[in-house]
Design a protein around this ligand. Structure first.
Ligand code: SAM
Length: 251
């Protein structure tokens, strides 16, 4: 183990690099890959032309989708994340200082080749962008995937009520979220659910269904995908993300 000052000391980035490209923890599958696999199951014979991974963080889901799609765009708000994604696509490897205990870190290196993703990297482009205010050029997708994103948006309703403009007819919107609303990320009046409405429990699924109803139908029953984020060698977050798949339909 090394002193962290020796390496770039960016804890959230290192945690996400471990989450995307690192080891499996507590018996759970790699979440960003499982998400791409679930989206591919849902595609079920639809054209595999263009996909968008919105809120891509370190890019694992984008790379996984590029095994199958002709082109994948990965977009994230964070310049640091997008920079790492581009570095990985270019160098085919990433190095990071994984937090272990206190100031101690371990030096990790992951390659795309070890994950069978070297060739797919040529079909992915990473961009800095805002899910609530996407540039017009990001359109014409057969699949838009938003993994653990909506409860981190400053205005999720804007994403949910405009994303149909970017999806082809009969294309899919795949959303996964643990619905952990925090005012730190999303002002209380922008939460999609998780509160009482007219005296009744109003869940995020209900809020999403209302916002998506004009342009989408729910394709399969929602299901839960587990994920584990390793903070240090002794501290892990074990969460569950609800996976919902929506098909764009003309009404
Ligand atoms: C909880 S992380 C999940 C990342 C990744 N999809 C995954 O499953 O590991 C949420 C990501 O959304 C990004 N994000 C937050 N607000 C955003 C916005 N307005 N537009 C695009 N990305 C955003 C963050 O930078 C972060 O990378």
């Amino acid at each position: 183990m090394q002193q962290s000052a020796f390496y770039e000391n960016d804890t959230p980035l290192a945690q996400y690099l471990e989450f995307h490209f690192g080891e499996r923890w507590h018996g759970e599958a790699n979440f960003p890959k499982a998400l791409a696999d679930a989206a591919m199951d849902a595609m079920d014979g639809r054209p595999l032309e263009r996909a968008l991974d919105i809120g891509c963080a370190c890019g694992r889901t984008s790379f996984e989708l590029a095994r199958y799609f002709r082109h994948v765009d990965g977009i994230d708000f964070s310049n640091a994340f997008v920079g790492k994604c581009r570095e990985m696509a270019r160098d085919k490897l990433v190095r990071y200082a994984r937090p272990e205990e206190g100031e101690l870190v371990s030096h990790q290196e992951r390659t795309l080749a070890s994950l069978g993703l070297e060739e797919a990297a040529g079909r992915v482009a990473f961009h800095q962008g805002d899910a609530c205010n996407l540039e017009p050029r990001f359109t014409g997708y057969g699949l838009v995937l938003a993994g653990n994103l909506i409860d981190r948006l400053y205005q999720p309703s804007r994403f949910l009520t405009t994303i149909h403009e970017r999806i082809n007819e009969l294309g899919l919107l795949v959303i996964a979220s643990p619905y952990t609303w925090l005012e730190e990320y999303t002002p209380r009046d922008q939460w999609v659910g998780g509160f009482k409405k007219n005296g009744e429990d109003f869940f995020t699924f209900d809020g999403m269904a209302e916002m998506l109803a004009p342009h989408f139908r729910l394709l399969v029953e929602p299901r839960s995908l587990p994920f584990v984020i390793r903070e240090t060698r002794n501290k892990f977050q074990h969460s569950f993300s609800e996976l919902t798949v929506w098909e764009k339909v003309s009404r």
